[in-house]
Design a protein around this ligand. Structure first.
Ligand code: PLP
Length: 378
């Protein structure tokens, strides 16, 4: 006699990316280009700030949305570095960008509301939309250089459309939306009652091209939610820290799900957030740019087809000429060449695999050498 569970929890698959990453880790001698986190450690001064806060007994319940001093520091950083003007009461400190995304969907979605997800996309979105009783609607971009076709966007919009999520730079492609494309998206959305969630967690890791975000379209401010993370630029994935920014009345409602699920982010880590905002990320950017150039150069020399990523730390490679689905291809390459990649199907796009370049020069070289030999056998 087992009482029925919530069907959303019962039916939702666990993350395919994680499952595949564990499979690669369990394969002896394998090199995995799987992980989406920097192979660096959190800067010492950031760790020290948390240690000092612990020693000063910053171990009590903090305010639900974050300490005012943390929110003020984020507000000043956003204005100074990114030209975004959100006051402390328009910011919510969250348990990673993941919680910011969960809270966003939980707050804006009613039963059966549709969320447009340009694909390929981070698989988390689809699951979060479904868990919050929404319906994910894929908007494929792979035949449009990963830009959004405004006419296709118009066609995807129905009277059930509640939101669209825009990720730039993108996971898994590393591509960014051009200003021209953002203008066109804005033209489609500006007079429609649709929220725009800007997942810009890779914004500080852009290597080429001029960067713009939809968050710049402040005429739509009351419908924009900006999602940020400390994970990627500061190598803080394990700290689980992020934040969202939204117009004051919307942010006021966004705190409801946050308060009733996590109460707040931990107290003593907030000093580390403030410290991180002062870290110069240009050496990290230079490191990943160098790796991007190496991996992209090697892949194209070998005849793999892929678009040059402009940011983040991923390359999305077209494998369709080998007529295998992405899962079968990734499993075969792991078994026969000892190189792990993530099947494109986990990003809603078959016929591709994602490679991460969060790895040392030696690992990149060895993994790519193995791949070069492997494709000659196909
Ligand atoms: N958004 C994107 C596009 C990501 O790639 C990731 C993590 O890989 C996240 C959000 C989640 O980040 P966090 O570690 O802050 O929860």
């Amino acid at each position: 006699m087992h009482p029925a569970l919530n069907p959303a929890a019962q039916n939702e698959q666990l993350s395919g990316i994680r499952e595949f990453t564990y499979l690669v880790r369990a394969t002896p001698g394998a090199i995995g280009f799987t992980i989406g986190e920097p192979d660096l450690n959190t800067p010492d001064e950031v760790k020290q700030a948390a240690k000092d806060a612990l020693d000063a007994n910053d171990t009590h319940y903090p305010p639900g949305n974050g300490y005012p001093s943390t929110l003020e520091a984020i507000s000043a950083y956003e204005a100074r570095e990114h030209g975004l003007h959100y006051s402390a009461d328009e910011i919510l400190l969250t348990v990673g960008a993941t919680e910011a995304l969960f809270v966003s969907f939980a707050t804006i979605l009613c039963d059966g509301d549709e969320v447009i997800i340009p694909t390929p996309a981070f698989g988390l979105y689809e699951s979060l939309v479904r868990l919050n009783r929404g319906v994910p609607v894929a908007l494929p971009t792979q035949n449009n250089h990963y830009q959004i076709d405004p006419a296709a966007l118009e066609r995807a919009i129905t009277d059930k459309t509640k939101a669209i999520i825009l990720t730039s730079p993108n996971n898994p492609t590393g591509c960014i939306y051009t200003k021209e494309n953002l203008d066109a998206i804005h033209d489609v959305l500006k007079d429609k009652p649709i929220f725009v969630i800007c997942d810009d967690v890779y914004r500080s890791l852009v290597y080429s091209g001029e960067y713009h975000s939809f968050s710049e379209y402040q005429d739509m401010r009351e419908r924009i939610i900006i999602v940020q993370s400390f994970s990627k630029p500061y190598a803080m994935t394990g700290w689980r820290l992020g934040y969202l920014m939204a117009d004051a009345p919307l942010r006021e409602r966004l705190q409801v799900f946050h308060q009733y699920t996590v109460t707040s982010v931990p107290a003593f880590v907030q000093a580390a957030c403030v410290k991180a905002l002062d870290v110069d990320v240009s050496p990290v950017r230079a490191l990943f740019k160098r790796r991007r150039d190496y991996m992209y150069g090697r892949l194209t020399e070998m005849g793999w087809s892929c678009q040059e990523p402009e940011g983040a730390f991923y390359i999305f490679v077209d494998i369709s000429k080998w007529s295998m689905d992405s899962r079968a291809f990734a499993k075969k390459m792991l078994a026969e060449a000892g190189v792990g990649v993530i099947p494109g199907v986990f990003f809603g796009t078959e016929g591709y695999v994602r490679l991460s370049y969060c790895y040392s020069d030696a690992e990149l070289r060895e993994g790519l050498d193995r791949m070069e030999k492997f494709i000659k056998t196909l």
